[in-house]
Design a protein around this ligand. Structure first.
Ligand code: SAM
Length: 243
């Protein structure tokens, strides 16, 4: 593959992912709208609708990037609640912090640079953890899921919004053509960065499908796991609880 992806060692993948998000940070939001034709907003809205979040609760938006979900949760949990936007990448966190500060987001939001595989939070701390389009970038996904499980309170919920496997062959072919041919071209034109968007296409193809990811969640202890396919399975929202 373009990055010799299957051969790269763990540290190499981590620094490659770091380079990608460092490079796309400034243009991340505009590219998201462009590449998904704005549909990522609908996927995120659905995630928020499934969050069951209430005023006063604690939320971790992991791999939160430029903070779309964190901004919404900050309003929902109110002054007595707490939202933590955590991301491994300093550039993404900076763009997120600037955006949310300009939006006048409340003081219930804090920003933490952290690796999903080793979260620097106490056990049984959060009512909800969300991870939108982040898990596929993590090298050891099971470590991240176990780390999330640890920091969730009993009764807490995990929502993973991520690219997944299209349910129809026709859609799958159209989507492959789009992501491997058109996406890097859009990346080149708008962000002068074809490579990062080539990485995006490859990381999507290599990400575990719906059933595999649900199995991985169960493996680390999540219960009542379910998933919902969105846009024909291009994206799926996985849910699981810690009891
Ligand atoms: N959640 C945001 C959204 O939906 O718009 C941002 C998603 S962006 C595609 C993926 C994010 O995952 C990047 O900000 C990247 O830095 C972060 N990330 C990648 N690997 C990570 C890791 N191991 N731990 C925490 N965050 C990570």
């Amino acid at each position: 593959t373009h990055f010799g992806f299957k051969q790269v060692a763990k540290e190499q993948k981590q620094s490659m992912v770091a380079d990608v998000f460092h490079s796309v940070a400034a243009k991340y939001d505009v590219m998201n709208d462009l590449m998904s034709l704005g549909i990522h907003r609908i996927w995120k809205r659905y995630t928020i609708d499934c969050s069951g979040i209430r005023s006063g609760q604690k939320v971790l938006d992991l791999a939160g990037g430029t903070g779309d979900l964190a901004a919404k949760f900050s309003r929902m949990v109110g002054a007595t609640g707490q939202v933590t936007l955590a991301d491994i990448n300093h550039s993404m966190l900076l763009v997120g912090k600037e955006k949310l500060t300009n939006m006048g987001i409340m003081s219930n939001l804090n920003y933490v640079q952290a690796n999903a595989e080793a979260l620097p939070f106490p056990d049984n701390h959060f009512d909800l953890v969300t991870m939108a389009f982040g898990l596929r970038n993590v090298t050891e996904k099971s470590n991240a899921l176990a780390s999330i499980f640890r920091v969730l309170k009993p009764g807490g919920r995990l929502l993973v919004l991520e690219f997944s496997k299209p349910t129809s062959d026709v859609l799958s072919k159209i989507y492959d053509t789009y992501s491997f041919h058109l996406l890097p071209k859009i990346g080149q034109l708008v962000a002068n960065d074809a490579e990062s968007y080539q990485y995006l296409a490859e990381s999507i193809r290599m990400h575990p499908d719906q059933e595999t990811l649900e199995g991985m969640m169960k493996e680390v202890g999540f219960e009542q796991t379910t998933y919902t396919n969105l846009t024909g399975g291009i994206v799926a929202l996985h849910r699981g609880f810690k009891f």
